[in-house]
Design a protein around this ligand. Structure first.
Ligand code: SF4
Length: 480
């Protein structure tokens, strides 16, 4: 934990660090309810209208439900006019009220830290979406994609939102406006656009006629292949997805993919699983965009549990975003090294299906840049040296051609490049232990010259034991 972490109390937390029941369970856990709503009938609890009408929307309500210091209350009271607040009872019930740094609370409850911008680096519109906007509400940055901001309303206002400038300070359900028509016309007039991201705010808060307007019109444009709906409804108000008429409307467009936003394993509840199941059953693939947030999910264990939980409910982890430098969210930002460290603990350690792309969205509209640990160790004209997740270094020849480099007496990575060695394997890895076991079996049952079969493509691991057989068999260390 660095100095600033200590000050904010937002150092890395893992799911096992807190004693709150759900975090020790594999998600989806059990349904939860704050005692305030204990007697609400199930039919109301599962009705999104009831959830919306009973959302916590003021500091006055909050102070009766969660502990605050007088200074905190004064600060968040001052912020109330600046940034909106809404937490449906369902999402509020996921908070552990005894923990001031609870990860669900941090995401949803106003914090005095929203007033800080110590470095001055945080911006209102860090991605400069408004500057790449040929018509109001539409961002056209990548040639084949367009982003449509269709509303400024959300079911819950995330304290780290990149569009805080809009979602937090403006609002209201508009009727279909001339700007909505202009966005659709722009997409129709630009045949290079194949992927339309319908975003907001949260488009699933739109009144049905307005959502239908966007879906019906976009779906009939022949060059549009994909309509992505960006929504946190599966996370913050999954009851909305219990409504068959909404599911039918989304499915009717046929091109719809869902892009949702789970950030913590505790958000994967039976209700969230049911909402996602309804979308999947109607044929809509679901991808998850997670944001790396200090104090919420900045630990390998938390992210790994989250990704596994998402796979369990058939939501594909797609992005792990570095938190944008947006005004009022600086306290959520981690180092980039934290993200790389987490990615190092995912690749090779869990199913590839559960590994998101860690990306930084560059300020000034620079777009997304993927970051990852370095697996390419060195290169020559003949070969590359690649590192695997266990630290094994392997010479790899990408194409079949005679060597151009004369083998030279050398050591280490250089020996791999020159072709005098083909692998350097650290002691004590699982891989090594398996090889030793296999080797014993092989030498027990086969001729000593037997080599493991080499496979390609989908048949399994590509394996060359030749280099390893000799030293292990003779009891020596592996080639360095
Ligand atoms: S749901 Fe999305 S748009 Fe709305 S506040 Fe959260 S991050 Fe921002």
């Amino acid at each position: 934990m660095n100095e600033s972490d200590e000050r904010t109390g937002l150092g890395p937390r893992s799911v096992a660090q807190t004693a709150y029941g759900h975090e020790e369970e594999e998600p989806p856990g059990k349904p939860r309810r704050h005692p305030l709503w204990r007697d609400v009938p199930e039919s109301q609890w599962n009705d999104w209208r009831w959830q919306s009408q009973n959302a916590i929307r003021s500091v006055r309500q909050l102070r009766d439900l969660l502990p605050f210091t007088p200074d905190e209350l004064e600060a968040i009271g001052a912020l109330e006019g600046q940034y909106k607040l809404a937490i449906p009872p369902y999402y509020f019930s996921l908070i552990n009220p005894d923990d001031p740094n609870d990860p669900i609370r941090l995401q949803s409850v106003t914090s005095p830290l929203e007033m800080t911008n110590e470095s001055g680096y945080e911006m209102e519109d860090p991605l400069e979406e408004d500057k790449d906007s040929p018509v109001p509400g539409l961002t056209h940055r990548y040639a084949d994609r367009a982003l449509l901001v269709t509303t400024h309303v959300c079911t819950m206002y995330c304290r780290f939102c990149t569009r805080k400038r809009a979602t937090m300070v403006r609002g209201g359900w508009d009727a279909i406006s001339r700007n909505d028509e202009r966005m659709v016309e722009y997409v129709r007039d630009h045949p290079e656009i194949r992927d339309v991201i319908v975003s907001g705010g949260d488009p699933l808060t739109l009144p049905v006629p307005k959502l239908k307007f966007f879906l019906d019109n976009l779906a009939t444009i022949p060059h549009v292949d994909i309509i992505r709906i960006g929504t946190r409804v599966p996370v913050t108000l999954p009851q909305k997805l219990f409504d068959p008429s909404l599911i039918e409307l989304l499915a009717s467009a046929e091109k719809v993919w869902i892009q949702t936003h789970f950030n913590h394993p505790r958000e994967i509840t039976p209700e969230a699983a049911r909402g996602c199941r309804n979308l999947l059953k109607a044929g809509m693939p679901i991808n998850n965009h997670c944001v790396l947030l200090k104090g919420v999910n900045d630990s390998l264990e938390t992210i790994r549990t989250l990704m596994r939980g998402l796979l369990r409910i058939k939501v594909r982890p797609y992005y792990l975003f570095h938190c944008d430098p947006v005004i009022g969210a600086s306290h959520f930002r981690t180092s980039v090294w934290k993200g790389v460290e987490i990615m190092e603990g995912l690749r090779g350690h869990m199913s590839g299906l559960g590994i998101p792309n860690y990306v930084v969205d560059l300020p000034r509209g620079g777009g997304k840049v993927p970051l990852m640990p370095n697996y390419l160790v060195s290169v020559s004209d003949d070969a590359v040296v690649l590192r695997n997740y266990e630290g094994m270094l392997v010479r790899y020849q990408p194409d079949d051609k005679p060597a151009t480099i004369q083998p030279t007496k050398t050591k280490g990575v250089s020996a791999l490049l020159s072709g005098t060695k083909s692998v350097i394997m650290p002691e004590g890895t699982d891989h090594m232990a398996r090889r030793r076991l296999n080797l014993n079996l092989v030498t027990d049952t086969h001729d000593e010259n037997t080599h493991a079969e080499s496979h390609n493509g989908c048949c399994g691991d590509t394996t060359h034991l030749e280099d390893e057989l000799v030293p292990v068999h003779s009891g020596e260390a592996y080639p360095e």
